[in-house]
Design a binder for this molecule. Sequence first.
Ligand code: ZN
Length: 325
Amino acid sequence: MDLSRRHVLAVAAAAPLLQSQANAAAPIADKQAPSFYRYKVGDIQVTVVSDGRNTFPLEESFILNAKKEEVAAALEQAFLPRDMMTIYFAPLVINTGGKLVVIDTGTGPVAKANSKGANGLFADNMAAAGFDAKDVDLVVISHFHTDHVNGLLAADGTPAFPNAEVLVPVTEWKFWMDDGEMSRAPAGRMQGLFKNNRNIFEAALKKKVTPYEWGREVAPGLLAVDSIGHTPGHTSYVLSSGSGKVFIQSDVTNNPNPFATHPGWHAFFDQDADMAEKTRRRVYDMVVAEKLQVQGFHYPFPGLGNVVKDGDGYRVIPAPWNPSI
Ligand SMILES: [Zn+2]
C-alpha cells in the first residue's frame, strides 16, 4: 500500500517535467473523426454511416407511461447523464456487388444547419467513406419520420440521390399520402409530419417512388419485414448472404438505454404504442432465440450488436470494433 502510494506520488511529481519536455504545443481537437464503419455479411458489404446525434433535456412527457424519475434512474444505471437523453442516427450504405443501396437517409441538411452539425451529417460522412451520392442505385426507406426521410433532399431541395430509385413501404406510403388521414391528424407533431412528407414526396420527388410489400426482397439479399407500431408501415429488414445474416431493425427500439432495457415503456414517438411494444417483444424474443446480430438505426454508433434477455427486458451487447473487414 505504502509502496504503491509512493509510486503514484513519484509519477505525479515527475509528470510536469515530462510534459515540459514533450511536444505539448499540439492543439486540443474539437471534432471527432468522420464516422463510418464497415463489415461484411457474406459477400455483401455494409457501411454504417453516422448522421450524428440529438441530445436534449429529459422531459416528463418523453415516455408516456413512466415517470421522469424512473427514466432518469434507468439512464443513471447505464452510466448515462440522468437528466439528458441522446438519440443517435445511423443510415446504412450496402454494396451488394451489383447494387449500391442506401437504407434511410438521416435528418438532412436543414437539420445540420439548425443543430450546428450535431446531426444531418450523413451526406458528409458518406462522402468521407468514399461514396458518391450519384452512384446510389436504390434508396430504401423504413418509415416516414424526419430522421429517416429528410436526407432524401439536398440543401437546395433537389433529390440528394439523383440516379436512385426510392423504395417505400406500401402501407407507410398509403397512410401518409391519404388526405383523410392527414385531415384527421392531431395538430402539432403529427400535422407537421404529414406536411414534411408531402413536401418531400409530392413537391420534391413528384411521387416518383416504388412502393414495396413485406415478405419480398427489395434489393439482392435484403428482405423487408413487417415491424409495425412505431408507424403504421414501419419496416425492418433481414440482410443475408451465404451464411451471413443480420437483422436491420430500424426503430423497433430507439436507443437501447432505456428502450431495450424497458421494452414496456411507451415513447411519445411510437404512433401505436401498444402495437410497438408487441412488435418490440416479438422481434427481440426472435433475435435472442436465433442469436441474430442486430443493426440499430438509433443504437450508439456503429450500432451493431447482439441482444440478450434480462429480466422483463433486454440488453444489447455491442459487437467489438473490428479493425479488419
Ligand atoms: Zn428514427
